[in-house]
Unconditional design. Structure first.
Lengths: 329, 303
């Protein structure tokens, strides 16, 4: 898979780590929390970047894959006595398996048929939480968290707040995810995905096993989504209300706004989705809007941005930034 | 036995609404190659308009027809403002492959759904509203015995059957219907034989808007109206089209009735929380046997 691990990618991931780490030290507690959600969304959006942007398969059920990661992680902590590092890894493994099952089922479907199936999955998986209430805790869910920061880290950088620890615990995983994503993008696998997306028959004539590639995309995308979901749940609660359909749609919105086909785009999209409501509140704070207008303004603005992006600039923010450099796609 | 009969009737009534939703979806899919996830958002919006009119003491039927007109207009507006400009971008790198041509309009329609829902929230404060039914929603009693169905069930089934009949006649017997079928079958040839394919496409959006606003009017009396209240109806209607075959009108209608009965039986004999699991299992079985849906035509691949 990785014939040449490019050192440039490792440098990028390390740079990413330090920049976010620095921001985590200067931000206030609220924004530290928001930044950690950005990282979780970033990983979740990466799964859409692979699935939809690179491989051309649409999924409206990424939230369900995140839920699988979240529940596995929570059960690992609560029932198996794992610590959160181990149970995040456990959750990723479980999600890879779930992605494989989904991929085998879904690889024959395309376009709207796939969208429909993933949408129903997004509704059905959370309803399992009520079906097996004793295991999954029903509507209330299971309560888990990142625990306390280790003492050596406290000694190293000073007292760590709750939100800050949430950020610092997420950051290593986000950096690793970024590193893997950067490598996959340029690898033979990434090129095969693009080939499948652009022309299935041509790709299969060029010796690519289309079915196997599609399944593999689902496995990878599901791994990313499971990782994101595990950390998303560790903010406090793993339950059906934590992974609603609107989460899947928010991820898709972020992916499109940032740019469906690039890793930078995934990050930009995550930043936009998480910080847009804050920004709108800051701008309109003095306008004395009626509460009903203020409540729905963020949804209105992000939907408008979504449509404008799709119609005017389908490559998203990252695509617009790349526009000057002539590159073959 | 009574339980069984009431499950059958409730299932047929709700199934006929899903059939209507599926009809709207298939129309747009055949006419424009787009799955319109905003469809029930449009219906929600037009039902809110009707509900506001009724609150201002207008008659049910006046509000009913205004809602249909609003739904039709919204359908046409969606096409003119978003989908037509989008289909003009077919040459761009993002839309170059068939996979992306199916995906990108779906995303656009989700954006439209978001706009309609937040607009409804802003205008009507997201308050939950009831919505009247034109006839009684209590069990119909004939000669002293209470029947396992209501007058409203019969009303819904009747109005949907009439709609399906009109649609069939429209497509089989009128010139406009012929033009729509031709454009769906082969836009290039249709254009060459003098059909204005872009107007035909707008027309299919408009008819689909009318069908879905009718579905909204018929489903809301049994549930409350809120900006998100029709989301589930859309998802079930969409699943019905996938089960029946996306490009087949009878398929979508069949899928709607099947799902209506399935949901009703799970509801009566198991529990409401199993509904989506049952739908998922049924959907997967159908798609494993026939990936193109029950009545859908197999996609022909050309190099």
């Amino acid at each position: 898979m990785f014939k040449r691990l490019q050192t440039g990618n490792a440098l990028k991931a390390i740079l990413f780590f330090w920049v976010i780490f620095y921001l985590g030290k200067v931000f206030d507690a609220y924004n530290q929390g928001q930044l950690s959600v950005v990282l979780m969304y970033f990983i979740g959006i990466l799964s859409i970047t692979f699935l939809t942007g690179l491989s051309g398969q649409i999924s409206l059920g990424q939230g369900a894959l995140m839920a699988i990661g979240g529940y596995t992680c929570a059960l690992g902590i609560l029932n198996l006595g794992l610590n959160y590092w181990q149970s995040i890894i456990f959750a990723v493994l479980a999600s890879l398996v779930a992605g494989w099952i989904l991929g085998v089922t879904a690889a024959r479907l395309s376009g709207p048929y796939l969208a429909g199936t993933t949408l129903v999955i997004a509704l059905a998986i959370p309803s399992l939480a009520n079906r097996f209430e004793s295991v999954f805790g029903g509507d209330v869910g299971l309560s888990v968290d990142f625990g306390n920061p280790p003492q050596w880290l406290n000694n190293l950088i000073g007292e760590i707040g709750f939100e800050q620890w949430q950020l610092f615990a997420t950051l290593p995983f986000a950096s690793i995810a970024l590193y893997i994503a950067l490598n996959l993008f340029k690898s033979r696998t990434g090129r095969s995905w693009r080939a499948v997306r652009d022309h299935e028959i041509a790709a299969s004539l060029a010796g690519i096993n289309v079915q196997r590639m599609k399944i593999f995309t689902f496995v990878v995308a599901s791994g990313f989504a499971g990782l994101a979901g595990a950390m998303y749940g560790l903010r406090g609660i793993v339950g059906p209300s934590v992974y609603p359909i609107s989460l899947s749609l928010a991820l898709l919105t972020g992916a499109v706004l940032g740019g469906l086909r690039s890793i930078e785009g995934a990050f930009i999209g995550a930043v936009v989705v998480v910080f847009l409501p804050d920004l709108i509140e800051k701008v309109t704070g003095n306008w004395e809007l009626a509460p009903q207008i203020g409540n729905f303004l963020p949804a209105m603005v992000s939907s408008l941005l979504l449509i404008l992006t799709v119609v005017l600039n389908p490559a998203g923010v990252a695509g617009a930034l790349h526009h000057r450099k002539p590159r073959h796609k | 036995m009574e339980q069984f009969l009431s499950a059958v009737f409730a299932g047929t009534a709700s199934g006929s609404i899903y059939a209507l939703v599926a009809l709207g979806l298939v129309l747009v899919w055949r006419g424009a190659g787009v799955i319109n996830f905003a469809q029930m958002g449009q219906a929600m919006f037009s039902t809110y308009v009707a509900s506001t009119l009724i609150m201002h003491e207008y008659s049910y039927w006046f509000a009913f027809f205004v809602a249909l007109i609003v739904g039709t207009t919204l359908g046409a507006i969606v096409d003119l403002l978003v989908m037509r400009p989008l289909s003009g971008k077919r040459g761009s790198a993002m839309l170059a492959s068939p996979a992306m041509r199916a995906t990108v309009p779906v995303i656009a329609s989700l954006g439209i759904l978001g706009i309609l829902q937040s607009a409804a929230g802003m205008i009507w404060a997201a308050e939950e509203r009831g919505f009247p039914a034109p006839v009684s929603t209590l069990g119909l009693s004939i000669g002293g015995t209470v029947m396992p169905f209501t007058a409203f069930d019969l009303f819904v089934i009747g109005i949907v059957l009439v709609t399906l009949f009109i649609t069939t006649v429209f497509f089989q017997k009128t010139g406009m219907g012929l033009a729509m079928r031709a454009s769906a079958l082969n836009p290039e040839v249709a254009r060459l034989s003098g059909i204005r394919t872009s107007s035909v496409r707008t027309l299919s959006w408009a008819i689909s808007g009318a069908a879905s606003s009718l579905a909204g009017l018929l489903v809301t009396p049994s549930a409350n109206l809120s900006p998100n209240s029709l989301d589930l109806i859309l998802i079930i209607g969409f699943t019905a089209t996938v089960i029946g075959g996306l490009d087949s009108l009878p398929g979508g209608v069949l899928g709607g009735f099947i799902l209506g009965l399935l949901i009703s039986f799970v509801n009566v004999y198991r529990s409401p929380s199993d509904i989506f699991l049952a739908i998922l299992i049924f959907l997967l079985i159908v798609l494993l046997v026939r990936p193109q849906g029950l009545l859908g035509s197999k996609e022909v691949r050309r190099v």
